[in-house]
Design a protein around this ligand. Structure first.
Ligand SMILES: Nc1ncnc2c1ncn2[C@@H]1O[C@H](COP(=O)(O)OP(=O)(O)OP(=O)(O)O)[C@@H](O)[C@H]1O
Ligand SMILES: [Mg+2]
Length: 161
């Protein structure tokens, strides 16, 4: 990616200050950013890359417009607030079963993948999710019905139990 990574820790702090919140324990973090719980029992995700922030923000906006809080039995975080200045998204805290992390998702169009790539992907997901894979698959279709195409589906982002 050609963009330079943003200072996520500082952005999380500046966002919290701007909303008179304090950030508490870290809930997670990975390739896309860092996630903290806040003093108002929400989760704040500061994203490392502007493009991924915009993608994730736009998915949360779509879910908010449609008042979606769960899909196929998976809880979805609700958008509370966001900051374009700090590339931060504030959302409700969810507990399993949940699906989150839309930084890799696309809206309204999905590039078709070659058949062998799709087959390999399906095998990988079957192995990762085991008996839960049909449930996750149903949820993926539920997202697609809203024009949301998930790319980064793994047990960290789709917690089944
Ligand atoms: N709203 C939330 N409620 C509860 N837990 C959360 C929430 N948001 C994030 N987490 C926790 O933080 C982890 C990381 O969040 P997220 O997947 O959005 O960040 P990421 O940087 O994209 O991580 P990765 O690159 O590992 O997928 C999640 O797997 C989950 O455990
Ligand atoms: Mg993730």
């Amino acid at each position: 990616m050609s963009e330079l990574p943003l200072p996520v820790m500082e952005h999380a702090q500046l966002y919290a200050q701007s909303r008179s919140l304090t950030i508490s324990k870290q809930l997670g973090g990975g390739y896309d950013g860092i996630v903290f719980a806040t003093s108002r029992a929400t989760a704040v995700k500061a994203l490392k890359y502007r493009r991924l922030y915009c993608q994730e923000r736009d998915v949360y906006r779509r879910l908010q417009e449609r008042a979606i809080r769960q899909i196929a039995g998976f809880e979805i975080p609700s958008l509370i607030d966001f900051s374009d200045d700090f590339s931060v998204i504030e959302m409700t805290i969810v507990t399993a079963p949940y699906i989150l992390d839309f930084a890799g998702a696309s809206l309204d169009q999905s590039r078709p993948y070659p058949e062998d790539v799709v087959r390999e992907w399906l095998d990988e997901k079957q192995e990762q999710f085991g008996a839960d894979w049909p449930l996750v698959r149903r949820a993926i279709h539920g997202f697609e019905a809203l024009g949301i195409y998930l790319k980064d589906v793994h047990p960290g982002n789709a917690a089944c139990r």
